[in-house]
Design a protein around this ligand. Sequence first.
Ligand code: HEC
Length: 254
Amino acid sequence: MENLRHFRSSMTFGFYLLMSFCFTGQALALSDGDKVAIGTEVTIIYRAARGVVAKSQRLINDASKGDKGLSADVVIAKMKENYKKETGNNFKMADSESLKGQAQTALLDSISSVMNHAQALINEKGKGLKGFLPAIFAKQMGDGFNKNMEGKAYIKLTAPKNYVRNRANRPDKWEANVVETKFKDTGYEKNKVFTENAKHKGKDAFRLILPEYYKEACLNCHGDPKGTKDITGGKKEGGKLGELGGAISFVIYD
Ligand code: HEC
């Protein structure tokens, strides 16, 4: 009897050990499909938030107005509207233990912190052009995300090598190669993400990159005549409507 009870309890213990091993194992071993889903979610939020800042440029640069009403909460609420337009679904936080949930939190926290820091700049009355551009916001949002993710994931806005203005946005070798050999290939399907298991900053990783194209509004600054100054004082690239103008690069480390 005593033996049997002992046998049972050690079976139970063994069973729990096995199950917890399975669950931890599962949590660590994300499939490529899971990683694509996480990358898709993060890049959709990233673009949805940048879209809010893009659409608010006139408001942000309105010298006659003080408070622009563009708080962190407002930007996040509008981001969620854009998210719904893009996906057809309401934005929903995933389980906070999952990498998806952690990435969502990291990005939302970064958006809040960037917007909180930007309040003084964007609410300054009497100042027109503020330089709080979509690409600048995107850079800051990405930097915050990367910091918050503590080496688990990474995001960056980049561009074709010859179009990069801010050196911090230059493509790495892998990104430049995908841009030149895939995205610029005439047969490459528009808007299609490219994914690959490849190194990033020397570490094994899952990499995803999404092409972006110049729209009419971009050409005021990135279009013709090439070399002339845009309103920010930067040099226009001579980019054409529909041409590849940038890429969002996302990484999950193994
Ligand atoms: C008001 C001018 C202006 C408009 C409009 C504009 N950009 Fe930019 N863009 C800039 C500036 C200035 C930078 C450099 C930002 C920096 O210094 O970090 C930049 C940076 C970028 C970058 C990052 C790579 C780099 O060069 O550092 C991408 C990608 C980009 N723009 C794409 C676009 C796209 C796509 C659109 C339209 C949806 C657009 N931009 C609209 C001025 C503009």
